[in-house]
Write a protein that binds this ligand. Sequence first.
Ligand SMILES: *Cc1c(COP(=O)(O)O)cnc(C)c1O
Length: 357
Amino acid sequence: MLDIKITPAQALKPQPDPDKLVFGKTFTDHMFLMDYTGGQGWHDPRVVPYGPLPFDLSCMVFHYAQEIFEGMKAYRTPAGQVQLFRPYENAARLNSSCRRMCIPEIPEEDFVQAVKAVVGMDRAWVPHKVGASLYIRPFIIATDNGLGVHASHSYLFAVICCPVGAYYPEGINPVKIYVEDEDVRAVKGGTGFTKCGGNYAASIKAGELAERKGFAQVLWLDGVEKKYVEEVGSMNILFKIDGKIYTAACTGTVLPGVTRRSCIELLKDWGYEVIEGPLAIADVMKAGHEGKLEEVFGTGTAAVVSPVKELDWKGDKVFINDGKIGPVTQKLYDTMTGMQWGKIPDTKGWIVPVCKG
Ligand SMILES: *Cc1c(COP(=O)(O)O)cnc(C)c1O
């Protein structure tokens, strides 16, 4: 149990227009901070007014990217309650990232307590508008000053929050995906399973090129043979082929998404066979040409599900479900968002309340 010191902001910011929210641009009134010092451990947990911090330019995170993050949301129910979706999964994944990046772990209870502290403080920022939510970004950075390459002895854990509008303000819009055949995102033994900033830095180039060609996202293949599908930019990806669901296994190169895992659990509850294992892109394209590629969708906290209408691999194209969202994708979307926004009962024990109103 953390003894969190609260310093309230003197003046509260005006609330942004809920119809004009741009993702990740407007932050709430407060942030959570906690320091780590070698020999002392994590200390000084506190909620303070949101604002910039001074860093020496030799600070390790700027040079060697010893940094990890999480992404989660708080939702407001029709009754006004503010709630989280499976926050202990984020806590466990943060610690898994910590272990790979030589960053000291944070007890899961403390992580969830920190998130609840800042969300509770800024509960007025959790939008009332249907489909909107409060995006939560917990992260840890190495804060030693100096250019020597080694694990830092000091760290900062922070939680910042920003209100976000509905991901699909004009209804769910299936996207075109470019199968990346040059760059790779992850290899076994690397950092693919962690949420570290470096993974994103290395993926920006392919994303930019795909965007210029008119695609929404890149689909990454395995880093060795470029043969098997892995995941999409910031989403996992699932394929429904001839009645069965396929997705890459989380064996080191794929980020273990909370949304992915939740969708797999629901699909199994509904009687679908879900195969987590290698799926060759050539087999996906073949299924597409034979009319057996029934649904393709990405999963992630931001969009929940993102249906795919077209895959493009080395100039070969397949089109999925006439450009429309498929019935299984739709049912997953309705069930997940129903529980998250408290419109249907949480039959899975996935919801963790933060506060009333
Ligand atoms: C965060 C992330 C996901 C999705 O994870 P969720 O827990 O479902 O939000 C998938 N892939 C990558 C690379 C990610 O960073």
